[in-house]
Ligand binder design. Structure first.
Ligand SMILES: [Zn+2]
Length: 270
């Protein structure tokens, strides 16, 4: 009991000494909880890592999809399930033309819990492949997002070929510049962008001026994300979001707030 009150007193002192950094409730648009992850972290442990990092809600997908369901069952309010079209990692390259993937996606969607399909990888040559066409139809019918890890040429082709579908562009194309992203946002109203792994947004902790311009112009079209693409990433979720909080705090408060409340996918998300 004494130790506990000592700890509490210490926390109060530390809190008072810390600089007043705005703490944004984080919406993480890029979490995976795949087979290798669930073999190391129980769902409870994974959820507690997210909570400790200030993540209030997260888009979760996994290979196979069972990992997403494990987290969703424990935290239906905190987990926004996306259906990844990979049964195993081997599907990553062949899925666009695989009828087995199409059947898997159609079967899983019957659960009715998903808000999107993805994250998937795709090359520009496969934009019109049969399973991609079918997934785009399903997304348009059910108003689901497609979370695509593709380059800028491929996202442009997807948006042109499937104009009824809302796209969430993973990693902002990984290497697309802020002005390129801005031009695509202007041209395509059904494009949203997440920033997982984009350390160029705030190299050395300072918000990049070109990114600032597009965040201020399109605050409702951006999301942050971690991408737990390998199991080791679960260990850095907390530090990653500490850095995110630091650059969010360099934006006007309402812009930072809007980046973190993805109303497009969770209406009324607060
Ligand atoms: Zn990913």
């Amino acid at each position: 009991m004494m130790r506990r009150s000592l700890l509490l007193a210490l926390l109060i002192v530390l809190g008072a000494a810390a600089p007043a950094i705005a703490q944004f409730p984080i919406f993480d648009a890029h979490i995976h909880y795949s087979r290798l992850d669930w073999e190391v972290y129980t769902p409870e442990r994974a959820l507690s890592i997210l909570a400790a990092a200030g993540v209030r809600r997260a888009i979760v997908s996994s290979t196979p999809d069972d990992g997403t369901l494990k987290l969703y069952e424990k935290a239906p309010k905190g987990v926004v399930p996306f259906l990844r079209p990979y049964r195993t990692r081997d599907d990553m390259g062949s899925w666009p033309s695989d009828p087995g993937v199409q059947a898997y996606v159609e079967e899983r969607l019957k659960r009715g819990i998903y808000r999107g399909i993805g994250e998937f990888h795709l090359g520009v040559a496969d934009v019109g492949a049969p399973t991609v066409v079918r997934i785009a139809e399903l997304a348009a019918e059910r108003d689901l997002f497609l979370q695509a890890h593709v380059d800028d040429v491929t996202i442009e082709k997807l948006l042109t070929l499937y104009p009824k579908v809302r796209f969430l562009w993973a990693h902002a194309g990984m290497s697309a510049s802020a002005p390129t992203v801005g031009r695509l946002l202007e041209r395509f109203p059904k494009l949203w962008v997440e920033l997982a792994l984009r350390t160029d947004v705030a190299h050395g902790g300072t918000l990049d001026p070109e990114w600032r311009v597009v965040f201020v112009k399109y605050p409702d079209r951006f999301m942050v994300g971690t991408d737990t693409w390998v199991t080791a990433r679960w260990e850095i979720v907390r530090d990653y979001h500490r850095a995110v909080q630091a650059w969010l705090a360099q934006l006007p408060r309402d812009v930072g707030d809007r980046l973190e409340k993805w109303r497009a996918i969770v209406p009324g998300n607060g």
